[in-house]
Design a protein around this ligand. Structure first.
Ligand code: NAD
Ligand code: IPM
Ligand code: MN
Length: 370
C-alpha cells in the first residue's frame, strides 16, 4: 500500500486570491435544481464564517426555458460570464423532453468551448473506505486526478448526415485534435503533478486504432515528457487503463486523456470512490472565469424525489473555492463531507436515509461550527 501526500481537489491555479468573489449560479435541470441550492446554502455559510463577501447571481437556463422560449444560451451570455463573474457554479443539464439534448450542447458544451475551459479536472478520491466497491482498498489506494481535454476531440460537433433517413444513410462525427489543444492539457497534467509533489503521470489514448488523431497525442506526449524528467511517465491504451483502474487504482497519481475517454473514465473513477453522487469537477482555464459542477447529470430517475446526493456539487464548490484562492474554506467543505460520511448522515445512494436538504443543512451547520 502506498501513501500519497495530496488532496487531488486542491491546488488548482488561482485567479484572484482576493477578498470578494462573484459567482454565477446555473442550476439547470433535474437534480441540478436540487443539489445546487444546497451548495449555495453551504457557500453562504462559508462566506459568513470567513467574513468575506460571496455574491451569487442565478440564471434559469435549462430545459424549461428552452421548451418555453426556445432559448438555450442567450446572446451575450458568454461575454457577461467572462467579464462580470469570477466563477460559475453549475448543476446539470438533460431532460427527457429534449431528446436531442440541444440545450445542453448549447449551454454546457457552449460554455466549455467559448470560455476555452480546456482543463476538465476530475479528482477521484475515496473519502471513506466503506464506499468503494473494491475489496480490501482504503483511502490511500484511491486518490488520483483525471485531466480530461475539454475543448475539442469528438465533442466539437463537426460532422453530418448523408442520405439521412434512408437505408443508405451515413453519419459522420469528426475527432478534432489540435497540436495546441493536446499540448496544453498534457503540459497542465505535468505541471499539476510537479506542483503537488506527485510522481506519476499516465497518458491514455487509443493510438493503436486511431492512427491519426492519437498519433498526434503520442508525439506530443513524447516531447512534453522530456521536460519533466523527475516525473514517471507512462502510456496506457484506454481499454487497458479502464482495466487497471479497477485492478489496482493505487498505481495512479495523474491521468491525462482526450475529451471522450475522459468522460468515460471519470464515471468509472467516480464509482471506485463511492459513486456519481460524490464526484466533483472543475472546467478550468487558468486565470479566467471557470466553471465548477458535479460529474453527474440531471438524473431524471430520481429528480423531484428529494434524495439526490449534494456531495458532488459541494465538493465541486470546494474546488471552486480553491480556484478563488479561498483554500482554507475549500478544506472546511471537504472536511464537512468527510464528517457527514463518518456519521452516515447521507442520502440513499450511499446507504443513508437523509434527504438532499437535510444533508445541505447539516453541512451548513458544520461550516458554522468549524
Ligand atoms: P446521471 O449522472 O444523471 O445518472 C446516472 C445514475 O446515477 C442514475 O441512476 C442517477 O440516479 C445516479 N445519480 C447521479 N447523480 C446522483 C446524485 N447526486 N445522487 C444520487 N444518485 C445520483 O446520468 P444519465 O442518467 O446517463 O443522464 C441523465 C441526463 O443527464 C442525460 O440527459 C445526460 O445527457 C445528462 N448529463 C448531464 C451532465 C452534465 O450536465 N454535466 C452529466 C452527465 C449526464
Ligand atoms: C459530463 C457529461 C457531458 C459530457 C454531457 C452531458 C454532454 O456527461 O459532463 O460528463 O459528456 O461532457
Ligand atoms: Mn459524463
Amino acid at each position: 500500500m502506498t501513501t500519497k501526500p495530496m488532496n487531488p481537489s486542491g491546488k488548482l491555479p488561482l485567479r484572484w486570491g482576493g477578498e470578494a468573489a462573484r459567482i454565477a449560479v446555473i442550476p439547470g435541470d433535474g437534480i441540478g435544481k436540487e443539489v445546487t441550492p444546497e451548495s449555495v446554502k453551504v457557500l453562504r455559510a462559508v462566506a459568513a464564517r470567513a467574513k468575506r463577501p460571496l455574491e451569487f447571481v442565478e440564471f434559469d437556463w435549462g430545459a424549461d426555458k428552452y421548451l418555453k422560449e426556445g432559448l438555450s444560451l442567450p446572446a451575450g451570455a458568454v461575454e457577461m460570464l467572462r467579464d462580470e463573474f469570477d466563477a460559475i457554479l453549475f448543476g446539470a443539464l438533460g431532460d427527457p423532453r429534449v431528446p436531442s439534448n440541444q440545450h445542453a450542447a448549447d449551454i454546457l458544451l457552449g460554455l466549455r468551448f467559448k470560455l476555452d475551459l480546456y482543463v476538465n479536472a476530475r479528482p477521484v478520491e475515496l473519502l471513506h473506505e466503506r464506499l468503494t466497491p473494491l475489496r480490501d482498498r482504503t483511502e490511500n489506494d484511491i486518490r488520483f486526478m483525471v485531466f480530461r481535454e475539454n475543448t475539442e476531440g469528438l465533442y466539437v460537433g463537426v460532422g453530418g448526415f448523408f442520405k439521412k433517413g434512408t437505408a443508405d444513410e451515413i453519419a459522420m462525427q469528426e475527432d478534432v485534435n489540435s497540436r495546441k489543444g493536446v499540448e496544453r492539457i498534457i503540459r497542465y497534467a505535468y505541471d499539476y503533478a510537479r506542483q503537488n509533489g506527485l510522481k506519476r503521470v499516465c497518458m491514455s489514448d487509443k493510438s493503436n486504432a486511431m492512427t491519426f488523431a492519437h498519433d498526434l497525442w503520442q508525439r506530443v506526449f513524447k516531447e512534453v515528457r522530456q521536460e519533466y524528467p523527475k516525473i514517471e511517465s507512462r502510456h496506457l491504451y484506454i481499454d487497458t487503463l479502464a482495466m487497471e483502474m479497477v485492478r489496482d487504482p493505487s498505481q495512479f497519481d495523474v491521468i491525462v486523456t482526450c475529451n471522450l475517454f475522459g468522460d468515460i473514465v471519470s464515471d468509472l473513477g467516480a464509482q471506485l470512490a463511492g459513486g456519481l453522487g460524490l464526484a466533483p469537477s472543475g472546467n478550468i482555464h487558468p486565470g479566467r472565469t471557470s466553471l465548477f459542477e458535479p460529474v453527474h447529470g440531471s438524473a431524471p430517475n430520481i429528480a423531484g424525489k428529494r434524495i439526490a446526493n449534494p456531495f458532488g456539487s459541494v465538493l465541486a464548490s470546494a474546488m471552486m473555492l480553491d480556484f478563488l484562492g479561498w483554500k482554507e474554506e475549500g478544506q472546511v467543505l471537504r472536511e464537512g463531507v468527510k464528517a457527514a460520511l463518518r456519521e452516515s448522515f447521507v442520502t440513499p445512494d450511499l446507504g443513508g436515509v437523509k434527504q438532499t436538504v437535510e444533508v445541505g443543512d447539516w453541512l451548513a451547520s458544520y461550516v458554522e461550527r468549524a
